[in-house]
Design a protein around this ligand. Structure first.
Ligand code: NAD
Length: 264
């Protein structure tokens, strides 16, 4: 339970692309208050847009007074940040990528049933979460499905974590009998049929001008269904971040993904 009803929030990675936007979002939102901002690259005296000083000291003491910490830092440091917050009794919402299945298992043991609680959310875009959820619902009704993800050409890896996760969920969504075995085209150029993520083919497009999009295509006799989500800028992630910050004090232990927070 949060004293006074207002959740006091500290942001780790406050000078970064996501962290700075999270600081603005928290400062402008009802029911939450930005009380701390941390980023080792911040110069002395630097502040967030709302005037909160950004501490260059990455130690958890910089988060003093926070009920909830939000981490948008780097995969190399995020895990240690969460552990430090747990030890300090601060709930944590993590957006930083790189939380493997092994790391999540380790974290689950450390968090136990909480409090403090932790929410690790690989994708805060509510539309993307709904796209995956709808795709799972559609999966039993079609013979084949393929995933096309489209990102800017600066993205380091391919396919995206969301595409891999979608393919895993589609594979698991047909528990009785799996996906029907079908012959496939001979590839005249290697990779023409995309990457095989189990029974689901995944295609990655990289072009300047795109932010992040994904299509899930289904086919069966005489009909197809396409579910598509587009992200146009980072503001797409903010409603999801805010929902997680408000929910995390009342969750129990470790929560992965936005689904439970949205009630899906
Ligand atoms: N979950 C999602 O929906 C989602 C959406 C977008 C980005 N991301 C992920 O969020 C992370 C951050 O992305 P970004 O584009 O903002 O990166 P960025 O490089 O712009 O910002 C990261 C910031 O973290 C700071 N930092 C590094 N170590 C720190 C520490 N120990 N304590 C505090 N701050 C520290 C860096 O100085 C930097 O300013 C990435 O892993 C990215 O993949 C997740």
């Amino acid at each position: 339970m949060i004293r006074g009803g207002v959740i006091r929030v500290g942001v780790l990675g406050a000078a970064g692309r996501m962290g700075s936007l999270v600081c603005e979002t928290i400062a402008d939102a009802e029911g939450v208050e930005l009380v701390a901002a941390v980023d080792p690259t911040a110069s002395l005296g630097a502040t967030t847009a709302s005037g909160v000083e950004i501490s260059p000291d990455p130690g958890v003491l910089s988060l003093a007074g926070s009920d909830v910490a939000v981490d948008f830092t780097h995969p190399d440091v995020a895990f240690e940040n969460v552990i430090a917050c747990l030890d300090a009794g601060i709930h944590t919402v993590v957006g930083t990528s790189g939380f493997t299945h092994e790391r999540l298992e380790e974290l689950s043991v450390r968090v136990g049933s909480g409090p403090p609680n932790v929410a690790v959310v690989p994708n805060f875009a509510i539309g993307a979460v709904l796209m995956m959820w709808m795709a799972e619902k559609a999966a039993p009704w079609f013979d084949r499905a393929e995933v096309i993800e489209l990102h800017h050409d600066g993205k380091a890896d391919a396919p995206s974590g969301t595409a891999i996760s979608t393919a895993e969920r589609l594979a698991a969504a047909r528990d009785s009998g799996g996906w029907p075995e079908r012959g496939d085209s001979t590839e005249l150029l290697p990779g023409a049929r995309g990457a095989a993520a189990g029974p689901i083919r995944v295609h990655a497009v990289r072009l300047p001008g795109i932010v992040a999009s994904q299509e899930v295509l289904f086919g069966t006799t005489g009909q197809t269904l396409t579910i598509r989500h587009d992200t146009f800028d980072r503001s797409a992630f903010m409603p999801g971040v805010l929902a997680a910050v408000k929910a995390v004090p009342d969750l129990s232990g470790l929560t992965v993904g936005l689904e439970a927070i949205l009630g899906l």
